[in-house]
Structure formats: structure tokens, C-alpha cells
Write a protein that binds this ligand. Structure first.
Ligand code: GTP
Ligand code: MG
Length: 200
């Protein structure tokens, strides 16, 4: 799929103020600093469409980006950022939960997993909660450029093995690098397929 147009539309803390045109949206979630905003820039071929930072906790709002005048990419705040205050963490958790549980236009949630680390409990618990809440999701392993092939395979396989303990069927998953533009076509084609299935 070609991205002809990508525009920032609106930032929100309140899901009732998100766009109400009913166009399908694809959101990115994961631990702070996992690379959600960078991935949106990579997919859209823009350097600074979504704001990124080497420090965790950069994205604090629900950010809608309109793609090809037809569907949305949505950048969300990360979870699991220990240095935020208790109040700050509770606010972010509420934004994320409200969005995921109540946003009707949410067509697929991409859960980003850092390919550099072994399976993390916080990610596994988050995915468990998605399952219990019946949220359609897929997995994106990030920062693959930072890893040697065998270590990358070990981490991704270990994570998928952990999922298999809870799930009969694995969700679709992608291996990506925003730095090296790995996995771009795969993720965009996957979105394209879903978009097409919605209009059939
Ligand atoms: P929050 O908004 O704080 O939750 O973080 P985020 O998940 O949006 O992460 P962000 O995209 O801001 O990236 C965090 C850091 O990781 C930045 O320093 C990025 O440059 C770096 N980064 C993101 N993706 C990649 C990647 O594929 N490869 C490498 N080497 N670095 C990456
Ligand atoms: Mg971000």
C-alpha cells in the first residue's frame, strides 16, 4: 500500500473528543520508549509527524493521524513508565484503558514489544487483559536493527512461546526496525488487507 498523504489531526485525553467520522483506526501501544511514535514516522515516511524522544514518557495524549484521507494511525502514551508520579501514571492508565475499551473505531491494536529484551511480565499481562477484553490485536517487535540475528530470534521466539501458554492461536506478528525501515511493507499490507475486508 502507498501512503500518499499523512496528516496530524488532533490530540486528546478524552475519547469522546476523538474524530467521529467512523473511519477505521489502527493504534500503537506498548511500554514507554518501545518505539511507537518512531514506527508511525517510519510507516508514513515522515521524520517528525509523531513526536519521539530518547527519554520515556514522551507521548502523553491520544494522537490521531489521518492517512490517505481514509483511515487513521493512532499514537498512544506508553505504559509502565516507573518514573511518572502515581497520579500521572493513573491518568495515563485511564486514558489508555478508556481508549482501548470504548473506542468503536479501533480496528486493530498493535502491541509493540522491544525485541532486545526477554519476555516482560508487564507486556504479557497487558496482552492477557486485551484477550479478556476481546480486543483485536497483533504484535510488533521493535528495534530489530539493534540485535544480532540469533539473539533476535531467541527473544521473539521466547515471547511467542510465552503467548502459546495462554493462547491456542498466535496473533499475527511483525519484526520491525524504524531505524532501518524493516517490516514497513508487511505492516502496511496487513492494514490494507483489513481495510479492504471492511469495505467488502
Ligand atoms: P513514549 O511516547 O515515551 O511512550 O515512547 P515511544 O514508544 O513512542 O518511543 P519513541 O518512538 O519516542 O522512541 C524511543 C527511542 O527509541 C528514541 O530514542 C528512538 O530513536 C528509539 N527508537 C525507536 N525505534 C527504533 C528502532 O527501530 N531502532 C533504533 N535503533 N532505535 C529506535
Ligand atoms: Mg511516543
Amino acid at each position: 500500500m502507498k501512503i500518499n498523504k499523512a496528516q496530524f489531526l488532533i490530540s486528546n485525553t478524552d475519547i469522546t473528543k476523538c474524530p467521529d467520522d467512523g473511519k477505521p483506526e489502527y493504534a500503537f501501544i506498548g511500554r514507554s520508549n518501545v518505539g511507537k511514535s518512531s514506527l508511525i514516522n517510519m510507516l508514513t515516511n515522515h521524520k517528525n509527524l509523531a513526536m519521539t524522544s530518547s527519554k520515556p514518557g514522551k507521548t502523553m495524549l491520544i494522537n490521531h493521524f489521518m492517512i490517505n484521507d481514509d483511515w487513521y494511525l493512532v499514537d498512544l502514551p506508553g505504559y509502565g513508565f516507573a518514573k511518572r508520579s502515581m497520579k500521572g501514571r493513573a491518568e495515563i492508565t485511564k486514558i489508555i484503558e478508556d481508549y482501548i475499551l470504548e473506542r468503536k473505531a479501533l480496528t486493530n491494536l498493535f502491541v509493540l514489544i522491544d525485541s532486545r529484551v526477554p519476555p516482560q511480565l508487564i507486556d504479557l499481562e497487558f496482552i492477557q487483559w486485551l484477550g479478556e477484553s476481546n480486543i483485536p490485536f497483533s504484535i510488533i517487535f521493535t528495534k530489530a536493527d539493534k540485535m544480532q540475528r540469533n539473539k533476535l530470534d531467541t527473544n521473539t521466539n521466547d515471547f511467542l512461546e510465552k503467548l502459546k501458554e495462554e493462547w491456542e492461536e498466535l496473533p499475527p506478528y511483525f519484526i520491525t526496525s524504524s531505524e532501518k525501515k524493516i517490516g514497513r511493507d508487511e505492516v502496511l499490507n496487513y492494514i490494507d488487507e483489513i481495510n479492504k475486508s471492511l469495505t467488502e
